[in-house]
Write a protein that binds this ligand. Sequence first.
Ligand code: C2E
Ligand code: MG
Ligand code: MG
Ligand code: MG
Length: 285
Amino acid sequence: HGAFDARQPFCWYSAQRDEKMHRAYRLASDAERGLQNGDFHLDYQPRFTLDGRRPVSAEALIRWNHPTLGPISPGEFIPVFERTALIDEVTNWVLDTALDQVRAWRAQGQDIPVSINLSSSYLSNASAWHDIRSKLEHRALPFSMIELEITEGEWLRPGSAAIGHIAAMAQAGITVAIDDFGSGYSNFSYLSDLPIHTVKLDKSLIDGIASSSRARAKVSAIHHLAHELGYLTVAEGVEHQAQVDVLAAMGIDEVQGYLLARPMAPAAVMQVFEQAAITPRPVRV
Ligand code: C2E
Ligand code: MG
Ligand code: MG
Ligand code: MG
């Protein structure tokens, strides 16, 4: 009886893993049809200057409304797609959709630069830079209208295909941001050698800054080092005014988070930018 009990946790975990694998398999096999049927769309989360709260750009975030499973988070399906060739197809769809949106906003009178999340597996393709460049040229969009967000990792090692693409993009005037900085084993020694423009400080770093002096010290150190290296700093996942006050005192450049704006439909982004254009610049306090 005792031996049977001891095996229980193993059996339970195994069943869970089976279920997870089954769902991952399901997502991977449904993705293609989902793309064709219009089950995917992009929301956009505005980003603001901290000094004056002006909207400066918007980040494209993919959404999947599965016909039977309901809304699925990109945090779940992107890692699944990254293990297959699906990530290339989905990334190309994201790039096309976001760039078409930039053109649509332009036609309505607003220049709204867009940030696009790129998986390491996409950027490791030999044709990545060529594909991105032709999408921009095809639409006659200035390269300064897009920023590409990448996450740090092994794949960014010197000499890799990805590093070559990043250097070429930076050379062409596309801004490159390191996303989720501080969420893993962040390494400034290699970061300082990358041709990037922006460091986005992960929400997990920002969460505690209003209440913990240690959290504040960490964010302050990273922000100052990033500034010394010439990078723009962005705080992600800002939810409370008290966090904004701390970040403002530090001199962080830009902020993004539910407090300022949630991910939203393109028409709502348009309104945020139109509103800012007619609102007098607030007096600094
Ligand atoms: P990310 O690029 O770091 O995006 C920020 C995530 O934090 C988004 O979640 C956003 O909705 C959420 N967020 C923003 N502000 C707040 C806040 O104040 N509080 C909280 N709790 N959350 C906030 P989302 O949209 O679920 O995306 C999760 C991740 O999935 C993204 O993290 C990104 O890594 C990935 N992802 C999303 N869209 C794409 C895409 O088109 N391509 C690729 N390769 N990855 C994507
Ligand atoms: Mg991002
Ligand atoms: Mg992030
Ligand atoms: Mg992320």
